[in-house]
Ligand binder design. Structure first.
Ligand SMILES: Nc1ncnc2c1ncn2[C@@H]1O[C@H](COP(=O)(O)OP(=O)(O)O)[C@@H](O)[C@H]1O
Ligand SMILES: [Mg+2]
Length: 296
């Protein structure tokens, strides 16, 4: 097939009605998404929604059963992650494949080490690797005191950042991140999101998987919501608010039902679940004064 279409306008990645089953488990059904250069596409969904399956298809780990997958306008069927990588699609998995005791620079070049000399004199070009790693991290705004420290001494967030800088350095056009903030606290999540945004600003198309609508909304341009393998929503940033996204993510009407089930008649002297906090109550009966359990 000759594809001489206008590839400049074609999305970097386009999935159209993609489905995937594991045996008789239908993990994905008719899911579509687009990834564009300089944009972040967020995929949101609960556990078991099919997020990782989607990533595995994009990154070439699993083939899709039906639907279409195009990279820059060209239909593809990746046979392996190497195939996807050759097309510029780099994936950062949650459990990063790093060698904890090896220095940061060594991990940065793992599998792509430059060498110098020939024949029996061929050896790793350590100086180049050190210098390049430091420069590549700095270019992303990551100022690591010491690229010689074992990568295992970095925080989870810093390791994600190194992985992102690595993908950018090795020329990725699409960066796929599987729940990079899932195991992180607020501060480290913020740091990782900053570098996700830096990758976007460097012109990459980013796929950010998360189950945190706040994180998604901070950086996302497009949002795809998955629910039990199907697409329950697809929105542009302009068309949705954080509240709507959070609600959709939490399961809308299911949440209303739960709110109803969990609400109970107020016990004497105690505020009912869902009531306004004490500070916002009219002055006449401060509950903190009567109920020892609500005292700070
Ligand atoms: N290798 C597999 N074999 C069989 N079932 C799988 C496999 N991987 C995932 N599944 C099933 O597919 C569905 C989607 O899983 P997954 O893509 O991991 O969801 P998520 O990443 O959103 O939690 C789940 O029901 C899961 O049990
Ligand atoms: Mg998953």
């Amino acid at each position: 097939m000759t594809t001489t279409t206008d590839t400049a306008a074609a999305p970097l990645v386009a999935l159209t009605d993609v489905s995937k089953s594991y045996g008789n488990v239908r993990a994905l059904r008719d899911v579509s998404l687009e990834v564009h250069a300089g944009e972040i596409t967020c995929v949101l969904g609960d556990n078991g929604a099919g997020k990782s399956t989607l990533i595995k298809i994009i990154s070439g780990l699993h083939p899709h059963d039906s639907g279409s997958y195009a990279v820059a306008g060209e239909q593809v069927r990746h046979a392996s992650p190497r195939d996807a990588l050759d097309r510029g699609i780099a994936t950062v998995y949650q459990d990063l494949a790093v060698v904890p005791l090896m220095p940061v620079w060594r991990n940065f070049f793992l599998g792509s080490e430059p060498t110098k000399g020939r024949g029996p004199l061929r050896r790793l070009d350590v100086a180049t690797m050190r210098g390049t790693t430091r420069a590549a991290l700095l270019r992303m705004g990551i100022d690591l005191r010491d690229v010689d420290q074992p990568i295992g001494t970095l925080s989870g967030g810093e390791r994600q950042c190194v992985a992102i800088a690595r993908a950018v350095h090795f020329g990725a056009r699409v960066l796929v991140l599987d729940e990079p903030t899932a195991a992180l606290g607020v501060k480290q999540s913020g740091m990782v999101l900053k570098y996700v945004a830096a990758a976007r600003d460097a012109g990459l198309g980013v796929v950010l998987i998360t189950h945190n609508p706040h994180h998604a909304f901070l950086v996302g341009d497009r949002f795809v919501l998955l629910k039990r393998g199907t697409m329950s929503g697809s929105h542009f940033k302009e068309d949705i608010t954080l509240d709507e996204l959070t609600r959709e993510m939490a399961g809308g009407s299911e949440l209303d039902e739960l709110t109803h089930e969990l609400s109970r008649a107020p016990a004497a002297g105690a505020p009912a679940a869902g009531d306004t906090p004490a500070a916002d109550l009219p002055a006449q009966d401060p509950p903190a004064a009567t109920d020892p359990e609500t005292r700070a």
